[in-house]
Write a protein that binds this ligand. Structure first.
Ligand SMILES: [Fe+2]
Length: 242
């Protein structure tokens, strides 16, 4: 007799193979395919950019000629541009009454009022009894090689530009994702990602177009590579005084 604990004894005491457990009928396979639904997706914190024709009746050639004529006569503006190394010309620091001086700027301002009111509706602004009001309007003449570095428009609500001369090869305007400073480890976006997911968006408007955006949105005009001047008229709207 083999001693207890020998392999033979352990083999002889081994339990018989267990019969398969009976769990009843197999549960019906749940198909995830058949219950699949698309996840809902919200797009929060939108940054709308408004683009349209400024006016059906405005003569952009006349507006361009008026801008050039003002630039030629505005010695205070020319001096300011020289002293501040501003490329080309701007009336921003010298003339605050273009809409009063020149009837065509009055037409521009009237058209802008309508577009800004429409954009404010799109933005769901609750303005109470203080509508938005044009508080500055100025000419920009950007020569070949000139740039407008990235900036915002402080103390304003809505800003924008209408385009007066956009020669072949001139620069688009570049907008920057306002959350960029917070994107510490955010991966770059694929080159073919939709525009709404891109960190920078370039927009090249046509002559006669107007663009509107909220004044906190940073933007810049990269170098004008065209030989001819790029001419635009920019503006700010703020809350009317209470
Ligand atoms: Fe600007």
């Amino acid at each position: 007799m083999p001693p207890q604990g020998s392999p033979e004894r352990r083999r002889s005491k081994a339990p018989p193979p267990a019969a398969p457990l009976d769990f009843g009928p197999a549960p019906k396979q749940v198909s995830h395919q058949t219950h699949k639904t698309e996840p809902s997706m919200k797009h929060l914190f939108q940054t709308p950019l408004y683009q349209t024709r400024l006016s059906d009746t405005l003569n952009t050639d006349e507006l361009a000629a008026t801008c050039l004529s003002i630039a030629e006569d505005d010695e205070a503006g020319q001096q300011w541009c020289d002293e501040n190394d501003f490329p080309g010309y701007t009336s921003y620091a010298s003339l605050d009454d273009l809409a009063w001086r020149m009837p065509i700027f009055k037409d521009v301002a009237r058209a802008l009022d309508q577009h800004v009111a429409s954009f404010a509706d799109t933005l769901h602004f609750d303005l109470g009894d203080r509508p938005l009001k044009l508080d500055s309007l100025w000419i920009n003449i950007l020569p070949e090689g000139g740039i407008h570095t990235a900036h915002i428009h402080p103390h304003s609500v809505i800003s924008g530009t209408t385009y007066v001369a956009m020669p072949e090869g001139t620069s688009a305007i570049k907008f920057e994702d306002p959350r960029l400073a917070m994107m510490m480890a955010s991966p770059p976006r694929k080159a073919n990602a939709p525009e709404a997911f891109q960190p920078f968006v370039y927009v090249k408007p046509s002559v006669g177009d107007v663009l509107l955006w909220e004044s906190w949105l940073r933007h810049e005009v990269p170098m004008n590579m065209a030989e001819e001047d790029r001419i635009s008229v920019s503006f700010n709207y703020g809350w009317a005084a209470a």
